[in-house]
Write a protein that binds this ligand. Structure first.
Ligand SMILES: Cc1cc2nc3c(=O)[nH]c(=O)nc-3n(C[C@H](O)[C@H](O)[C@H](O)COP(=O)(O)OP(=O)(O)OC[C@H]3O[C@@H](n4cnc5c(N)ncnc54)[C@H](O)[C@@H]3O)c2cc1C
Length: 453
C-alpha cells in the first residue's frame, strides 16, 4: 500500500506528488491530518480557515469516493497519527507528499520520514506549492537572491529554458514551459485504494464540532476569477474600493487551486499578475534560505530599534480606531472579512511600525490570526518590507503619508466610507499620531538605532 499525504495541496487535479504516487504505485490511499498542534493554538473557535479546510477536505474525500477511491482523514498530532497508521497498515511501502517549506513542517516531515524509512518504507516529497523552490533560482555566482528584480528576471528566464508541448481541453497542441505543465492525475485514478477495503467508520471525515470548532460567518472567495479581472489587473490592483484583485490568496495557500494553472493563464492575460506570483515564490525562497526571519529581522541590526510598543495604541490599531481613516478602514475590513487589500496592508503596516513605533512582529502576529490568506513567508516578507528590516525593503526614511495614499488610491473615499461610516462626523476620533510628528519621530528613532550599529 502507498499513502499520499495531502497538506497544502487540497485538490486532485494538477497535483505533483499525487501524480507521482498514482503513476508509480498501486493501492494509493490519500490521507489528511487535521493537526492538533496547529488547531490548539487558534483562540477563535469560529476560525473561518478551519471551516474552510473542513469543507475542502470533505469535498476532496467525496471526489475520491465518486471515483471509487477511499480517503482517510484524521484529527490529532501528526507523529502520533503516523505511528498508529504504520501499525494499522504494516504493508505501507511508500509515502508520497508535496514539499512544505515552513520550519515546523520541515521538522515534522523529517520525523515522519524517519519513522517510515525505519520500517523499510520510502518517503518522497515533490515541489507543488511554488513554481520555483529554494535552490532553483540562484545568482550567477551561486547563492540565493535577496533583491526582487534580478530574482524575477532569472525566474522568468528559467521558465523559458524548458519548453514542452501539452494538449489543451479542446485537443489543441500548445507549447508551454515544462515548469507549468499540468499533471493529468485523473487518468491514473485506477491506482487508488478502493473504498471496499475500508469500513464505513474509517472513511468518516471529522466534523468541525469533533475538533472543538464551530462555523464562522465569513465568505470564502471563489476559485475562479474572470478573464476581465486578470486582464485589467495592472490598472485595478491598487484601488481598494473596487474588486480589482483576484482574492485567490487562501486558495494558493491551501492548494485548492493549482499555482501552475493560474500562472499559465495569467501569462496570457497580464504580466503584472505574474509578477505578484513571483513575489510569492521570492518570499518563499527567502524563508527557505534565511529561516531566522521567522523570529527576527532579516537585517539583524534592526533588532536595535527601541520600539515604543504602547499597548493602547496597538489595541486601537487592531480595532480600526486610530483616527487615520485609510488605516481604520483596512483594519475593519480585515476584522470583518478576513481580507485586506494589498495597498492597504502596506499602509497599515507602515503606520504601525513607523508612526506608532510598534514592532512589526505584533502586526505580523495579528495578521496571522486574522488573514484568511495567511502565509508565513509572504506575511513575514510584507511586514519586514514595511518596517524596513527585510530583503529589498522600503528604506526606513520612506514613511507612507496615509493622507497622500488615500488621495491617490481612494480619492472619492469609496473604500473609507464602506468601512468607516462615521468618518467625517463628530464621532470619529483625532489621529493617535499626526503624520508630520510620527514621520519625524520614526526617522530620528530608526536613524539613531541603526547608526549605533
Ligand atoms: C504587511 C503585509 C502582509 C501580507 N501578508 C500576506 C499573507 O499572509 N499571505 C499572502 O498570501 N500575502 C500576503 N501579503 C501580500 C499581498 O498583500 C496578498 O498576497 C494579497 O493582498 C492577496 O490578495 P489577492 O489574492 O487578491 O492578491 P492579488 O493581487 O490578486 O495577487 C495574486 C496572488 O499573488 C500573490 N501575491 C500578491 N502580492 C504579493 C506579495 N506582495 N507578496 C507575496 N505574494 C503576493 C498572492 O498569492 C496573491 O493571492 C502581505 C502583504 C503585506 C504588505
Amino acid at each position: 500500500m502507498t499513502i499520499f499525504w495531502h497538506r497544502r495541496d487540497l485538490r486532485t487535479h494538477d497535483n505533483a506528488g499525487l501524480y507521482r504516487a498514482l503513476r508509480n504505485e498501486t493501492d494509493v490511499l490519500p490521507i489528511f491530518i487535521f493537526d492538533k498542534n496547529i488547531l490548539d493554538r487558534l483562540e477563535n473557535k469560529a476560525d473561518a480557515r478551519v471551516e474552510f479546510l473542513q469543507n475542502e477536505v470533505s469535498r476532496l474525500a467525496n471526489e475520491y469516493r465518486e471515483a471509487g477511491g477511499a480517503m482517510r482523514v484524521f484529527y490529532g498530532k501528526p507523529l502520533q497519527i503516523w505511528k498508529k497508521l504504520l501499525e494499522e497498515y504494516p504493508e505501507i511501502e511508500a509515502v508520497y507528499t508535496n514539499e512544505d517549506y515552513e520550519q515546523y513542517a520541515k521538522d515534522r516531515d523529517f520525523k515522519v520520514a524517519k519513522l517510515v524509512e525505519g520500517r523499510g518504507g520510502r518517503f518522497r516529497a515533490y515541489k507543488d506549492h511554488v513554481i520555483f523552490a529554494g535552490d532553483e533560482i540562484q545568482k550567477k555566482a551561486g547563492g540565493p537572491y535577496t533583491v526582487f528584480t534580478p530574482y524575477m528576471r532569472t525566474w522568468r528566464a528559467k521558465l523559458d529554458e524548458r519548453i514542452s508541448t501539452m494538449v489543451n481541453d479542446e485537443g489543441k497542441e500548445l507549447k508551454v514551459s515544462f515548469y507549468l505543465k499540468p499533471y493529468p492525475n485523473r487518468k491514473y485514478f485506477n491506482a487508488l485504494a478502493p473504498t471496499s477495503k475500508f469500513g464505513k467508520k474509517e472513511l468518516v471525515v471529522p466534523s468541525l464540532q469533533d475538533m472543538g470548532f464551530e462555523p464562522g460567518n465569513i465568505d470564502i472567495p471563489p476559485t475562479e476569477v474572470s478573464r476581465e479581472l486578470i486582464k485589467n489587473y495592472d490598472e485595478t490592483r491598487d484601488i481598494p474600493g473596487i474588486e480589482g484583485t483576484s482574492r485567490l490568496g487562501i486558495h494558493y495557500r491551501h492548494g485548492t487551486v493549482s499555482i501552475r494553472e493560474k500562472c499559465l493563464r495569467a501569462m496570457k492575460l497580464n504580466d503584472t499578475y505574474v509578477n505578484e506570483l513571483i513575489w510569492r515564490d521570492f518570499y518563499s525562497q527567502i524563508l527557505q534560505h534565511f529561516p531566522h526571519v521567522e523570529n527576527g529581522p532579516f537585517r539583524e541590526k534592526y533588532d536595535a530599534i527601541p520600539w515604543i510598543n504602547d499597548e493602547d495604541h496597538f489595541q486601537a490599531w487592531c480595532a480600526g480606531k486610530t483616527g487615520v481613516p485609510i488605516v481604520d478602514a483596512g483594519m475593519r475590513e480585515l476584522n470583518e472579512t478576513g481580507y485586506m487589500h494589498n495597498r492597504v496592508r502596506m499602509i497599515v503596516a507602515s503606520y504601525l511600525t513607523k508612526h506608532l513605533l510598534t514592532t512589526w512582529q505584533w502586526g505580523e502576529a495579528y495578521f496571522a490570526e486574522k488573514l484568511l490568506d495567511f502565509e508565513l513567508a509572504s506575511n513575514n516578507g510584507g511586514w519586514q518590507w514595511a518596517a524596513g528590516c527585510g530583503t529589498d525593503a522600503q528604506p526606513y526614511f520612506r514613511v507612507f503619508n496615509p493622507e497622500s495614499q488615500q488621495k491617490k488610491f481612494d480619492p472619492e473615499f469609496k473604500y473609507i466610507k464602506e468601512w468607516v461610516p462615521e468618518y467625517g462626523t463628530a464621532d470619529y476620533p483625532e489621529p493617535l499620531v499626526e503624520h508630520k510628528f510620527g514621520r519625524e519621530r520614526a526617522i530620528a528613532t530608526y536613524k539613531e538605532a541603526l547608526n549605533g550599529n
